[in-house]
Design a protein around this ligand. Sequence first.
Ligand code: PLP
Length: 446
Amino acid sequence: MTIEQDYISTHPKSAALHERAARVLPSGVTHDARHMRPFPLAVERAAGSHKWDVDGNEYVDYVMGHGALLLGHNHPVVIDAAQAQLERGTHYGASHEHEVAWAEEVVRLVPSAEVVRFTSSGTEATLMALRLARARTGKPAILKFDRHFHGWHDYVAASSKYGGAAPAGVPEATAGTVVVVPAEIEAVHIALEERPDVGAIIVESAGASSGAEPIPPGFLRELRSVTEEREIAFIMDEVVTGFRWAPGGVQEVEGVTPDLTALAKILAGGFPGGAVTGSREFMERLAFTPPGESRPEKIGHPGTFNANPLSAAAGVACLREIADGSHQRTASAQGLKLRVGMNECLSRLRIPGVVTGEASMLRFLLGGDSPPEPRDYHSRDVPPGRLAKGSPGEAMRVLQLALYNRGAFFFGNSAIVSSVHSDADIARTLDAWEASLTAVKGEGVL
Ligand code: PLP
């Protein structure tokens, strides 16, 4: 039986659900990253570091809510807070204490945070950050980096893994206000000379694809100084890195203070939510003008689910739980074990490729000239361009199926580790990795 036949025969209910889904959902999915052939897995329940599909197969989960679940699925602290809130109502259409406590936690943890505005997602957070930046600087254009991802709205759709240089449906007038350059300081200087209308620079704080393609050392500092010199707003997108790299995100680790920061994912403890935060100066454009004062025009920001009590209650519980950094340290230590173990295996099997990453994230690449050394590789250890080039598509697809067949639920070619992934989970995953690579090699696609 081939790997794919094995996958099809052990996941009949997922296949049937996908057939139903394809009638009412484009390609049968609700997130582009979930699209896969022959069909994606449908999950029924999750707990801790595991999840179970509709056919009853169990997996060690490395998607972890697309990075939202640093504490794993259903952490009791978060669930208790959410359950208590459910009984008291999910939407008051009014101010409430949880939103204040939530903002206080963000201000406590994120070094650059003075004032917070909640949104419903990371996409909305970057959208608002860019608008705040334009309003503050009076300059209409933004500069983003090649392949950096900031959500799917019109201003950031270009040149990310989900859109090319001129994404369909984005008006030319909007696209014309977006300058895309490689993440190199020289390219930034040249672009800013050519485009004095740039009012904001936005960066994925650890580099493209959540740090898989890292930015050069010192780059954030250089961006901070060039934006200061030229009166440009500096926005750090910490949607993935926020609360994961450290309680205060990459800005805490690197000691760089942006004007504005976009947050989401861990922020809301596994519930929907995002936020833009920053200096009072920048954020005040969201405030109403007190009677008798005159201020520049306020930016409007309604939003039915902004800081809804359920997300807020879960978010407060989560941020308090992760505030001392111990969950981040545990998740990073487990991530390191997984990266090293996966490289040891590639090395032992003499399979060209490499597993890279930092903090509690990893990516694997297949192909290239040689197997890796049996050690950890920071994404920066891999030659520039190698990550962007990717891996042989069919080998990656079949490897993913093989991993599913053996109970390892990777997120495409990446894994996101939580603080509840145990040594037994890592050992089981490494067994699955070795057996899957062997099986894929056996099919001649590797
Ligand atoms: N920014 C980054 C760096 C992200 O990785 C994502 C989502 O993965 C977003 C923004 C968008 O966040 P959301 O999916 O909550 O809209």
